[in-house]
Design a protein around this ligand. Structure first.
Ligand code: SF4
Length: 380
């Protein structure tokens, strides 16, 4: 099967269960997985159950039962992405940098921009996606914390997305000195794996995530829905710009299934205009406006899939708008239930900066968390 069936890598699916089973059976490999929040919201559908009805603890227990050695949480680096992206946005605003700034966590959008809007690449945040920040850190920071040889770590990402498989293969994603992410498994593949191995997480006692790189805030959870990345970033931008601890800010206008959503933020008298779009047809329209110098926005979130990652190309094939709305409802319930709702309140992320990133060489840190983009030919 060809991973490049779609020009942005979002449609072709490369089945990798066999590769994973080989890694799990290899006594020399320590298989560490990160799991994205949208996976839990759809995986119950693999048993014909309601979206979001499998608690995360039981999903973690199920993944352990399959044989993974460590189970960690992509939400941790979603919070880290918020920190880095907010800092970058504020820097661009205060220093006259290139605006609007587009988000960078959707690899299908990145590929689309590289092919069709190469003149706009300077507008895209340099932040890696949460998956790739996680991959770079698991073989550096996490390896150091746990005393595990990074050469032994086999890093798996369980994602709602087929484009993430392509993203992990990008040649620049080796900043840990190894492939940062060795294999990406979609929600559908995880469902098949559960059925193949006879593991039913609904029948298991719950289990916690492993330590280091698992604490997360509601802001990280928001990454699963269109508008969520922008909302999460605005909360932290507000705190960073005002220097005040604010209550969590809900941006209702950035929620829901409309193709283009907009919001404004008053930052010390300056109005910051934000847009969140899903589907590449909407992204194209906004990108054309930016290219023509006609966009009023400072910050634009783009997600290629309808509704964002909850409607990703790696989720159950039965996705419909009703199902997407159901997953989104569950996502906002989960985010509201978190004690921590702002990325900048995540203590493990603070610890990562204080204990590791601030003590490391600045350019090495930049490489771990940031990347670059290049124009790509239209024909693959
Ligand atoms: Fe992947 Fe779709 Fe999410 Fe983009 S919006 S990261 S293509 S699941």
């Amino acid at each position: 099967q060809c991973i490049h069936a779609c020009p942005v890598g979002a449609i072709g699916e490369r089945e990798q269960i066999g590769e994973l089973l080989t890694a799990l059976a290899d006594p020399q490999k320590i298989v560490v997985t990160q799991i994205a929040p949208s996976v839990r919201l759809a995986i119950a559908e693999e048993w014909g159950r309601e979206s979001g009805s499998l608690p995360m603890e039981q999903l973690v227990a199920g993944i352990r039962n399959i044989g993974f050695d460590y189970v960690l949480n992509t939400n941790f680096t979603a919070d880290l992405t918020v920190m880095e992206e907010s800092r970058e946005l504020l820097e661009r605003i205060t220093t006259g940098g290139t605006l609007p700034m587009f988000t960078s966590c959707c690899p299908a959008w990145i590929r689309f921009a590289e092919i069709f809007f190469p003149q706009l690449l300077g507008h895209i945040s340099s932040c890696k996606s949460p998956q790739q920040m996680f991959g770079a850190l698991v073989k550096t920071y996490w390896a150091e914390k746990t005393g595990i040889d990074p050469a032994q770590i086999y890093s798996v990402a369980i994602m709602p997305c087929t484009a993430k498989k392509y993203e992990a293969l990008r040649p620049e994603m080796k900043d840990s000195d190894y492939p940062d992410v060795d294999l990406v498994l979609t929600t559908r593949e995880l469902g098949r794996l559960f059925h193949m191995t006879g593991v039913n997480p609904f029948n298991l006692e719950g289990s916690d995530f492993d330590s280091w790189m698992s604490e997360y805030s509601g802001a990280g959870v928001l990454f699963g829905a269109s508008g969520g990345v922008a909302e999460a970033a605005l909360r932290t931008v507000c705190q960073a710009a005002t220097g005040q601890e604010l209550p969590p800010l809900d941006f209702q206008e950035l929620r829901g299934m409309q193709g283009v959503k907009t919001a404004e933020l008053n930052l010390n008298g300056d109005i910051i205009k934000v847009a969140a779009v899903h589907s590449l047809s909407n992204a194209r329209e906004l990108a054309e406006a930016v290219k023509a110098g006609e966009s009023p926005y400072h910050f634009i979130e783009v997600m290629a899939c309808p509704g964002g990652c909850i409607g990703g190309g790696g989720q159950a094939f039965t996705s419909s708008n009703q199902l997407r709305a159901c997953r989104i409802g569950e996502l906002y319930n989960e985010e509201k239930g978190r004690i921590l709702r702002n990325a900048h309140d995540n203590n493990e992320v603070k610890h990562l900066y204080e204990d590791y990133l601030h003590n490391s060489d600045e350019s090495a840190v930049h490489e771990l968390l940031h990347t670059h983009y290049s124009p790509q030919p239209k024909v693959l």
